[in-house]
Design a protein around this ligand. Structure first.
Ligand code: CO
Length: 138
């Protein structure tokens, strides 16, 4: 059965500092911060700002070995990934893999939302980093 994503759960946006990102998305664009999450193991400081059914996920580096440092060095910030909400991340990623998409890691991990997530390499997705997020009932 084809796995159809339910919606775009969030857009991940890389920023040099959370302060810089919040000055734009909170103060300038009027979104409200729902929560802040530090993920030291990934070198990330994250802010979630709901925008209707979708979130804006601001990703700022935390410490020396941030997962997004290379992206910031290369592009200076901007849209980093698109997160698709699915009912079954294993089935959705298996389908993507069967169509030649290269999955990152050995399986789903628990993301900043506390739910299973997995990424595909942007080299295999026509340049856009894709994240899947498994949400019960999606
Ligand atoms: Co994300």
């Amino acid at each position: 059965m084809t796995q159809e994503p339910k919606r775009i759960n969030h857009l991940g946006i890389a920023v040099k500092t959370l302060e810089e990102g919040l000055a734009v998305w909170r103060d300038g664009l009027g979104l409200k911060v729902e929560k802040l999450v530090d993920m030291p193991e990934k070198g990330l400081r994250i802010a979630f700002l709901p925008c209707g059914e979708t979130m804006i996920e601001l990703l700022a580096p935390l410490g020396e070995n941030s997962e997004i440092q290379a992206f910031l060095d290369k592009r200076g910030g901007g849209i980093h990934h698109v997160c698709l909400e699915v009912a079954d991340v294993a089935a959705a990623t298996a389908q993507a893999s069967a169509h030649g998409m290269q999955l990152l890691g050995k399986g789903a991990t628990i993301g900043a939302e506390g739910l299973p997530v997995r990424f595909a390499h942007p080299k295999s997705t026509a340049g856009a980093l894709v994240e899947w997020l498994e949400k019960p009932g999606a």
